[in-house]
Design a protein around this ligand. Structure first.
Ligand code: NAD
Length: 403
């Protein structure tokens, strides 16, 4: 494939291409962050299955486990490979870069690209674990998807980002134009609630763990974690009290059930980690949240407490998952990596700014510039040190995955 100049193409809150060099650099800097901040003499899980491993929190989990603990990783994701006409999706290039660095470091890394909700991918992952890894010590469940086909019923389920019970009107940013507008979202129907819980709730996580237990692919003491978000009250109508919040409550209940079974059968455990709000492809799609994030980033950066995915996953690994550590939890048995976000001073300042923010003062009182940079970087653009005028090879393989 001849090299080509790749310029960013966006549509609404999504970018429809990706820059391989920029994605690689962004992954490299996550790896370098972990290598530089890794405490001496620390050890942890030796082998990991990461479901949703190509972007956002799943990618950062994989980086932190592999380069923090030298863990073997099997990463699962649903990405588009490159073709003669199109670049790959960002998660493809991220995973190619991750695997390259892992191999250079002598670490086992394998990836499977396909639908993690399907039985087919579950069995392919189980076979790969049995063949190459023996058993896994940790399973990270970090899927974020608008859709799921339930393999047992064939039903296609769609997740909705809607309030429950009444419509919600609130400030939001149009990520394309940078305008602060009012979004009005009508309440979800009962069926939309059911479908969102089926996509983003705990059922599929449970089925993964059922299969791994059944096939004896979890090592003694193995742990599993899924991720959630709570956030401040100003996002609750659309998040915590909305359809996605229902799904997260289901995920949290599932953690309780899985924890009991894993404890009983293999001396292991299951937890939900509540992570901080960050810019990812998933969070960019939620109304209200990107505007909240712009204000939050400004306030947290001023205080020096700002974190992205990799800083969060570094804390998760080294403060909760290292050898000899039990995850620290709150009264609801949740790991709270959102502690710095939920700091009362931080939240009071965001609450003070929220009614004031408008299109006119967005750049002045919020970190919209930081949000946009993070958004562009998700797709490999706006990454320092990358020459975007230079032609690049876009057909990049991930070793072990056929194009
Ligand atoms: P993301 O969009 O960056 O990543 C989603 C991952 O899931 C990607 O690797 C993607 O390839 C994979 N995926 C999607 N559908 C798939 C399928 N059918 N089969 C296989 N892989 C599939 O999302 P994210 O923001 O990192 O979200 C991950 C988790 O973290 C979610 O549970 C989310 O709710 C949670 N979380 C996110 C935030 C935030 O601010 N972004 C905060 C707290 C918790």
């Amino acid at each position: 494939m001849p090299e080509q100049v790749v310029q960013q193409k966006t549509r609404g809150f999504i970018c429809i291409n990706a820059h391989p060099g920029g994605c690689a650099k962004a992954v490299e800097s996550q790896i370098d962050h972990i290598l530089a901040s890794r405490p001496g003499g620390v050890s942890g899980p030796a082998s990991a299955l990461v479901i949703g491993a190509s972007t956002g929190y799943g990618l950062a989990s994989r980086v932190a486990l592999a380069f923090g603990f030298k863990a073997k990783t099997l990463g699962l994701f649903f990405e588009k490979p490159p073709s003669a006409k199109r670049t790959a999706t960002a998660g493809w290039y991220n995973s190619a870069a991750f695997e390259r660095r892992a191999r250079e470091a002598g670490l086992y890394a394998a990836s499977l690209n396909g639908d993690a909700y399907s039985d087919e991918l579950k069995h392919a992952a189980a076979d790969r674990i049995r063949r190459d890894m023996g058993k896994v010590d940790i399973v990270i469940y970090s899927l974020a998807s608008p859709r799921r086909v339930n393999p047992r019923t064939g039903e296609t389920l769609a997740s909705a980002l809607k309030p429950i019970g009444q419509s919600y009107s609130g400030k939001t940013i149009d990520l394309g134009s940078g305008e602060v507008t009012t979004a009005t979202v009508e309440p979800a129907t009962e069926d939309e609630i059911r479908q969102t819980v089926a996509v983003m709730g705990g059922e599929d996580w449970r089925w993964w763990i059922d299969l791994l237990l059944e096939q004896e692919l979890l090592a003694p003491g193995a742990r599993t974690l899924a991720y959630s978000y709570i956030g401040p009250q100003l996002t609750w109508p659309i998040y915590r009290n909305g359809t996605i919040g229902r799904a997260k409550q289901d995920l949290e209940r599932t953690a309780g059930d899985l924890d009991r079974r894993l404890a009983e059968q293999i001396g292991g455990g299951a937890w939900v980690s509540v992570n901080k709000a960050v810019v990812t492809q998933a969070s960019s799609a939620i109304p209200v949240v990107p505007l909240y994030i712009s204000l939050l980033f400004r306030v947290m950066k001023e205080r020096g407490t700002h974190e992205g995915c990799i800083e969060q996953m570094r804390r998760l690994c080294f403060e909760h998952l290292a050898e000899g550590q039990a995850p620290a939890v709150d009264a609801d048995r949740l790991i709270r990596l959102d502690d710095l976000e939920m700091d009362p001073d931080v939240q009071a300042e965001v609450e003070r700014l929220w009614p004031l923010v408008s299109t006119g003062n967005l750049d002045e009182i919020s970190d919209f510039a930081g949000l946009k940079r993070d958004f562009n970087q998700l797709f490999g653009f706006d990454v320092p040190g990358v020459d975007y005028a230079a032609p690049v090879e876009t057909v990049i393989p991930i070793e072990g995955i056929e194009l």
